[in-house]
Design a protein around this ligand. Structure first.
Ligand code: SF4
Length: 368
């Protein structure tokens, strides 16, 4: 697949329309959502404005949901006009919504260039989690996942990543979204620049101000990205492991040939965790592939010395995927092997699988 390097807007776009899309993007005003609080402060300073203006604008955008400088009524009319000549505030549009029997809602969001991504709102007992995407499609090609089947179309900008949350908040004003997981379409650490900037906006008390503990980045194990995340501790880390040997992991996840288990676990051992925090290990359970008690014991040995909790995710089956889900007894047995060896292990209930909103099922309209 032909993928161009990052352009000024931070996109990577394969295919023949690259030049047209670039022209379209450069013709647009800069989206304020693509800027970190620090970028905005600098931008305003260059306009000769006082630093307090930054806090004022951030409050309007992220706390009060204003999408137009005209609505910022404590800013002079003249300044609002100057700002709107250079910037806009644009969030993805909701093109469709599906609601699952279990209350999970999947949103299809339309981006400026017509491409689409999916985000999911998952109501849990005490909180609501928003699962957002970081790429249109995915290049990782995990064999148990539908998202990767059409490859990567492009990276999302940081504004498009954060914009999904803003669009969902706007559509569901009564919902108090407390947790955000970057586990939707795409591999966040393959889009590290925009992921890091989006995290700043999600966490900064000046912007969305979500607790670091409640923001999670999930990766297949791109070691350079894990190191960059470690240098700037900003969110919780989840790693999609899914196997306890290189042989099985190579079969399930092509990334393992680049970053085999030994190197990945060494990177996790070196990952600086604040007191009381743990790395989440995601383990998609697949019948007759990675689900035996011996697999569980091998997993325990691999994880020795790393502060982790393990999420066991029985595979979400689909006709396009050549694997099946283990029975309940096998999953419970696997969990017991971990618990007996003092590893916290939780069996994740599949949420939204009837509307293809569960783990590994998002396709951003590509599969419709
Ligand atoms: S599991 Fe994640 S990284 Fe793997 S193909 Fe699916 S979206 Fe990409």
């Amino acid at each position: 697949m032909k993928v161009i390097p990052e352009n000024m807007a931070g996109f990577t776009v394969p295919g023949e329309n690259v030049r047209a899309i670039r022209r379209f993007l450069t013709a647009r005003k800069r989206n304020l959502l693509d800027m970190s609080p620090e970028d905005i402060a600098l931008f305003l300073e260059k306009m000769g404005l006082q630093p307090y203006r930054c806090g004022q604008i951030l409050r309007w955008v992220y706390r009060r949901g204003v999408r137009d400088f005209e609505g910022m009524t404590d800013i002079s009319r003249d300044l609002r006009k100057r700002l709107s000549l250079q910037l806009d505030i644009s969030i993805p549009e909701i093109a469709a919504v599906d609601t699952s029997r279990d209350g999970t809602r999947k949103f299809l969001l339309q981006l400026v260039d017509g491409l689409q991504v999916e985000s999911v709102l998952i109501p849990e007992r005490n909180h609501i989690t928003c699962c957002i995407s970081t790429q249109v499609g995915c290049a990782q090609g995990c064999r148990f996942c539908l998202t990767g089947r059409r490859g990567l179309l492009r990276n999302l900008s940081s504004g498009e990543i954060v914009g999904q949350l803003l669009a969902l908040k706007e559509a569901c004003p009564a919902e108090n979204i407390t947790n955000v997981v970057l586990m939707g379409m795409g591999e966040p650490l393959a889009n590290i620049h925009h992921t890091l900037r989006a995290l700043e906006v999600l966490i900064s008390p000046q912007a969305l101000g979500i607790s670091r503990k409640h923001v999670t980045v999930s990766t297949v194990g791109l070691i350079p990205g894990i190191r960059k995340l470690a240098a700037k501790p900003s969110a919780s880390l989840a790693v999609s492991l899914n196997a306890a040997t290189d042989e099985v992991r190579n079969r399930l996840m092509p990334v393992n040939r680049r970053y085999p288990l030994g190197e990945l676990l060494a990177a996790l051992r070196a990952y600086p965790l604040p007191p009381g925090r743990r790395i989440t290990i995601e383990y998609v359970m697949i019948a007759d592939v990675n689900d035996t008690p011996a697999d569980a014991r091998r997993l325990v040995s691999l994880l020795r010395g790393i502060r982790v909790k393990v999420n066991l995710i029985p595979l979400n089956e689909a006709p396009e995927i050549p694997f099946s889900r283990p029975d309940e007894y096998t999953v419970l047995n696997f969990q017991n092997e971990l618990l007996e060896r003092h590893i916290t292990a939780i069996i994740r209930k599949s949420r939204g699988s009837d509307i293809r909103a569960a783990c590994g099922q998002l396709q951003g309209g590509l599969g419709r």
